[in-house]
Design a protein around this ligand. Structure first.
Ligand code: IMP
Length: 494
C-alpha cells in the first residue's frame, strides 16, 4: 500500500507529466513542473539556470518563495551549491551550518532550514538546478531525491520537445543541439516587468548579447532597529560588467526620489556599481546604434519619443480591461471621431472582452471656408437607449468633444461616457468629462499612432513630440493667440 506521501508524489509527477503532453509553452511547462514539485514537497521551490558565461545563475521559475528571498542577490555558480552543477544532488540539512550556500543569513531570515539541489541535465551537462527550500528541518530521503530528479528530467523533456529544431549532431553553424537547448532554456525567464521600457531594454541587451538579470537584489536602505523600512531594487544587473542599471520614467518627482535612494545606496554600499538611465538617455542610446524609435524618427523632425509602442500597448490593454469590466452586460457602442483615432480604436476594441458595436463619426474643423463645425459623417447605428462610449485620440481645448457630446446627448443614449488616449489638459478651454484616459500629455504638439501633422506621421508606431522647426507656427508661441487662432493652428481636416 502506498503511503500518503507516495500518493502525493505520484499525483504531482502525473500532473507535471501532463503539462509536457499539452500545448503549454516551455515557460508554462517549467512553471507547472516547479509548482508540482513545491506542492509535493510542501516547500518553496525554484528552477535556476546558468547564464551563457556559466558563472551566474538566473531564477527562471519559483513557487512559494518570497520576493525578498528571491532578490537576495546574484547567485555565483562557484558559491551557490556548486557541486550540483557537476551533476550531483546536494542535500543540506542545516543551512546555518553549511558553507555551500551563498547567502546563509538571508536564508535563515526567510525561515529556511534545509535545501535540496538537483541538477537539470541536457545531454550529460548540467544547465541549472531545481532547488527545494524547506522551512521544517529536513533529512531528505532517497524518495525525495528521486522525486525531484524525476521533475528535473521532466524539465529536460519539456525542453527537448519545445526547442525549435532537432538535427542529429551539429547544425550548419556547428552549434550542438545541447547548446541550442541550453540557450533556449536561458531565454525562459519568468520576468514580469514593472514597466514596458524595461522589457525594451531587456530586448536591447539580448540583441547585443549582454547577459542580464532582472531585479536580482534588493538593497536595504533604512532600518528601524532590526526592521528594514526602505529598500531599493535596481531594475537590472549586467553580470559581465558587474553593473546595476536603474531605468527612470519621465516623471520628475520619481526621478528626484530615485536620485535620493541612489545616493543612499552608494553611501551604504560603496563597492556596488550602479547607473541611472533616463528615458531620454535610453532613447539616445538606441538611436546611437541606429535602432529604437528615436533613430527611426530623427529624419522626420520628431524631437522626443513620448510613448513607445510597448508603452502604448500596455496602457491600451489596461484601459480595455477596465472598460470591459465596467461594460459587462451592457453591450456598448464605441464611437470614434475620425481620423486620428483609428490606431487607438483598433487596438482598444481588439483587447476588449465584452460584446460591443463599433461606429465612427467625422467632423469638419475650423477653416477659412467653413463658419461652423459640422458633422461630415454621421454614425450608422441608432444610439437611442444604448450605452455609448466616445473614443477620442486627443482632447486639447475640449471643443470638439463638447460639440460631439451635445450632439449625441440629444439622441437619448442610455449612457454616454468618454475614453481618450491622450489628455492635453494644460490647454483646456471647455471642461469636458473624461471617464477613461490613457496618458496626460504635456503642452506640445504630438504625432504618431494615428495623430498627424499635415497628414504626415500617422503611421509611426509610437507617439512623439514634433520638433520646433516642424511645429505649427501658432503652436510655438500660443500664449498670445486667440481661441480661433489656437484651434486653427492645431486643426486640420482629420
Ligand atoms: P480640441 O477640440 O481642441 O480638444 O482638439 C481635438 C482635436 O485636435 C484632436 O482630435 C486632434 O485632431 C487635434 N489635435 C489637438 N492637439 C493635437 C496634437 O498635439 N497633435 C495632433 N492633433 C492634435
Amino acid at each position: 500500500m502506498a503511503t500518503g506521501k507516495e500518493r502525493a508524489y505520484y499525483k504531482s509527477v502525473r500532473r507535471a507529466a501532463a503539462a509536457l503532453n499539452s500545448d503549454m509553452t516551455l515557460k508554462e511547462a517549467l512553471d507547472t513542473i516547479v509548482r508540482c514539485t513545491a506542492r509535493a514537497m510542501k516547500a518553496g521551490v525554484s528552477l535556476v539556470l546558468l547564464d551563457s558565461t556559466r558563472k551566474k545563475l538566473i531564477h527562471s521559475s519559483s513557487w512559494g518563495l518570497s520576493q525578498t528571498y528571491l532578490r537576495k542577490g546574484v547567485l555565483d555558480t562557484d558559491k551557490s551549491l556548486a557541486e550540483v552543477l557537476t551533476g550531483q544532488p546536494v542535500a543540506i540539512a542545516d543551512v546555518s551550518q553549511d558553507s555551500r550556500i551563498q547567502y546563509p543569513e538571508l536564508a535563515a531570515k526567510a525561515g529556511i532550514s534545509s535545501i535540496l539541489g538537483i541538477p537539470v541535465m541536457v545531454s550529460g551537462t548540467a544547465v541549472g538546478s531545481i532547488r527545494v527550500y524547506s522551512k521544517e528541518p529536513a533529512e531528505f530521503t532517497n524518495q525525495d531525491t528521486n522525486l525531484v530528479t524525476t521533475m528535473a528530467n521532466l524539465a529536460t523533456a519539456a525542453l527537448h520537445s519545445r526547442t525549435p529544431y532537432h538535427e542529429t549532431e551539429e547544425t550548419q553553424q556547428g552549434e550542438s543541439q545541447a547548446q541550442t537547448e541550453a540557450a533556449a532554456l536561458r531565454q525562459v525567464r519568468t520576468v514580469t516587468y514593472a514597466h514596458p521600457s524595461e522589457e525594451e531594454f531587456a530586448h536591447i541587451l539580448d540583441f547585443y548579447h549582454i547577459e542580464w538579470v532582472y531585479e536580482p537584489r534588493s538593497f536595504p536602505l533604512n532600518w528601524d532597529g532590526d526592521r528594514v523600512t526602505e529598500m531599493f531594487t535596481p531594475d537590472f544587473y549586467l553580470a559581465g560588467l558587474d553593473l546595476y542599471v536603474e531605468l527612470t520614467t519621465l516623471k520628475q518627482r520619481l526621478v528626484t526620489e530615485k536620485n535620493r535612494k541612489l545616493r543612499r545606496l552608494r553611501e551604504l554600499y560603496p563597492e556596488i556599481k550602479i547607473t541611472l538611465l533616463y528615458k531620454k538617455d535610453f532613447d539616445r542610446l538606441l538611436a546611437k546604434y541606429g535602432c529604437g524609435p528615436l533613430a527611426q524618427a530623427r529624419g522626420h523632425g520628431i524631437s522626443q519619443v513620448l510613448y513607445s509602442s510597448a508603452e502604448i500597448q500596455h496602457r491600451v490593454g489596461a484601459l480595455a480591461e477596465q472598460i470591459s469590466r465596467d461594460y459587462t452586460g451592457r453591450h456598448p457602442i464605441m464611437v470614434g471621431v475620425l481620423r486620428g483615432v483609428f490606431c487607438f480604436m483598433a487596438d482598444l476594441v481588439r483587447q476588449m472582452t465584452t460584446p460591443l458595436d463599433v461606429d465612427f463619426m467625422a467632423i469638419s474643423y475650423y477653416s477659412e471656408d467653413s463658419s461652423a463645425v459640422k458633422i461630415t459623417k454621421d454614425m450608422n447605428l441608432n444610439v437611442d437607449g444604448r450605452h455609448v462610449l466616445m473614443v477620442e485620440d486627443i482632447v486639447d481645448t475640449g471643443m470638439t468633444l463638447n460639440y460631439v457630446l451635445n450632439y449625441l446627448k440629444a439622441r437619448n443614449p442610455a449612457s454616454l461616457a468618454v475614453c481618450t488616449l491622450l489628455d492635453k489638459r494644460a490647454r483646456r478651454l471647455i471642461d469636458v468629462p473624461l471617464d477613461y484616459t490613457g496618458f496626460e500629455v504635456p503642452d506640445e504638439f504630438v504625432v504618431g499612432y494615428g495623430l498627424d501633422y499635415e497628414e504626415e506621421y500617422r503611421n509611426l508606431p509610437f507617439i512623439g513630440i514634433l520638433g520646433p522647426e516642424k511645429r505649427p507656427a501658432k503652436e510655438r508661441g500660443h500664449s498670445k493667440t486667440s481661441v480661433a487662432e489656437r484651434n486653427a493652428s492645431q486643426k486640420r481636416p482629420k
